[in-house]
Ligand binder design. Structure first.
Ligand SMILES: [Zn+2]
Length: 387
C-alpha cells in the first residue's frame, strides 16, 4: 500500500535561496519543454515524446552549466510532469471533454520538485538533498515502510517534504458493527445510530475576515509590492482554513474506521451539487469529497468496508416502515403518518443509507424489522471479530 508522510523543513537563509532557485530552474525547464512541444506540433503536426525531450535536455546540459546545479533526476521528473500534463489533456479530449491546453507556469504557480528515486537521505543531521545540502527537518514521527519518492514543496512561505512510502498495513481487530452516514449542511454528518457530528464551518467563521482582506487586496495597485503582500495574507488565511478542515476530516474518519467494520455512505455527485450556487459554498466548506477520500484510504488500510449507495429516496422514505414521506428541505423532522415514527430527518436518512447497503440488507433479513426500530439492539449485537 502507498501512503505519504509530510514533514516541515527548516532551511537556513542560504538553503532557502537554493530551494527557490532550484524551483525556478525546474519551472523554466517545464515552460521550455511545453514550448518545444507546442512549436514542434505547429511546425510538423507531430508532438515531442518524453524520450526525445530527454535527449534535448542532455544536449542543453552541456551548454547551460546552471542545469548541472540541479540533481539530474529532479530535472528528469520535470519532463515526466510535462508528459503527464499532455497525456491528461489528450485523454480528456478523447473523452469528449473540453480541457484547457497545458499551461505555462508563472512564478508562484510552480511549487514543488521531486527526487523520484535517489538523491535524498534522512540522516541524524536532517534531510540530505543532493545539490542543496542537509536541511533541518521536523521529524514529528518516523515514516513507516520503504520510501519511494521525495517531493520538496513550497506552501506560501513554508517548505515541506513529502515521502511517498510503500508499506504493509498492520492487521488488527475489525469491529463487527455497521453504520450509515448522512452528510448534511446543518450538521456535518448524522450517523444511523443517532450520533450527530457538528459542522465546524471553518470557512464561514473566517469568511468575514476573508472578505475584508479580499477587499483590501482589490484596492491595491496592480503589480505593486503591497498587492503582493496582501495576496500573501489572503493565501495564508485560506491555508489556515484548509488545514483546520483537513484536521477535522482526519479525526472524524479515523474515529469511524476505528469503531465500525462497515460504513455505508451516499454516492453523492459533488461536482453536480457544487453547480447549485445556493448550496455550493456550504458544500465546499464541509468538503465532503476530501472527507470521503480520507475515509476510504483509512478504511482500506484497516480492511474496513466502505460502500457507496444511491442517495435516491434516502431522505424521503421512512426507515422503519419503508413508506414514502415527502418533505421539503426546511422540514427537519421526519414524522411518519403510517407507523408514527418521529425522528430527525438526517437520522432517518442515515438509517436508510445503512438499509440500502449490503450490510443493511443482510441484517434486515436476519433480524427482521426489530433491528431498525431499536438502535440499542444493534449495539448489543456487536462483538469483535477477526477477519
Ligand atoms: Zn413509517
Amino acid at each position: 500500500m502507498r501512503k505519504t508522510f509530510k514533514y516541515r523543513l527548516l532551511p537556513t537563509k542560504k538553503q532557502l535561496q537554493k530551494l527557490n532557485w532550484t524551483l525556478d530552474k525546474c519551472r523554466i525547464l517545464y515552460n521550455s519543454c511545453l514550448l518545444d512541444r507546442k512549436n514542434r506540433y505547429e511546425q510538423t503536426g507531430k508532438g515531442l515524446t518524453r524520450i526525445k525531450q530527454q535527449g534535448i535536455l542532455r544536449v542543453d546540459k552541456k551548454i547551460i552549466s546552471s542545469l548541472k546545479e540541479v540533481h539530474s533526476q529532479v530535472l528528469q521528473d520535470v519532463l515526466f510532469r510535462v508528459d503527464r500534463a499532455f497525456q491528461n489533456f489528450f485523454r480528456r479530449v478523447k473523452a469528449g471533454e473540453k480541457p484547457g491546453y497545458p499551461r505555462f507556469k508563472n512564478e508562484g504557480r510552480y511549487d514543488s520538485f521531486c527526487y523520484p528515486q535517489s538523491g535524498f537521505k534522512i540522516t541524524e543531521q536532517g534531510l540530505k538533498l543532493s545539490k542543496i545540502g542537509t536541511l533541518k527537518i521536523k521529524l514529528h514521527r518516523q515514516p513507516v515502510g520503504t520510501i519511494k519518492t521525495c517531493v520538496i514543496k513550497r506552501e506560501i512561505d513554508k517548505w515541506y517534504v513529502c515521502f511517498s512510502v510503500e508499506y504493509e498495513p498492520v492487521k488488527r481487530l475489525i469491529p463487527a458493527q455497521s453504520i450509515g452516514i448522512d452528510v448534511g449542511i446543518k450538521s456535518f454528518a448524522v450517523l444511523s445510530d443517532g450520533t450527530v457530528i457538528d459542522n465546524p464551518k471553518h470557512l464561514c467563521k473566517s469568511e468575514q475576515k476573508l472578505i475584508s482582506l479580499q477587499r483590501q487586496l482589490s484596492k491595491k495597485k496592480k503589480k505593486s509590492c503591497n498587492r503582493k503582500k496582501a495576496r500573501k495574507i489572503v493565501a495564508k488565511l485560506h491555508c489556515k482554513v484548509c488545514n483546520k478542515r483537513s484536521d477535522f476530516h482526519h479525526k472524524v474518519s479515523r474515529k469511524l474506521v476505528n469503531n465500525f467494520g462497515f460504513v455505508a455512505v451516499e454516492d453523492l455527485n459533488i461536482k453536480g451539487m457544487v453547480k447549485n450556487h445556493r448550496l455550493a459554498k456550504h458544500i465546499s466548506d464541509a468538503g465532503w469529497g476530501q472527507f470521503l477520500s480520507y475515509l476510504q484510504y483509512k478504511a482500506a488500510e484497516a480492511s474496513v468496508v466502505v460502500e457507496k449507495v444511491s442517495p435516491h429516496y434516502t431522505s424521503i422514505n421512512c426507515s422503519v416502515c419503508g413508506e414514502p414521506v415527502p418533505k421539503t428541505l426546511a422540514q427537519r423532522i421526519h414524522s411518519c403518518p403510517f407507523c408514527e415514527t418521529v425522528m430527525d430527518r438526517d437520522h432517518n436518512a442515515a438509517q436508510n443509507i445503512l438499509l440500502k447497503s449490503t450490510a443493511g440488507t443482510a441484517e434486515s433479513n436476519a433480524w427482521g424489522e426489530a433491528v431498525h426500530q431499536c438502535p440499542s439492539l444493534n449495539q448489543e449485537a456487536s462483538s469483535i471479530r477477526v477477519r
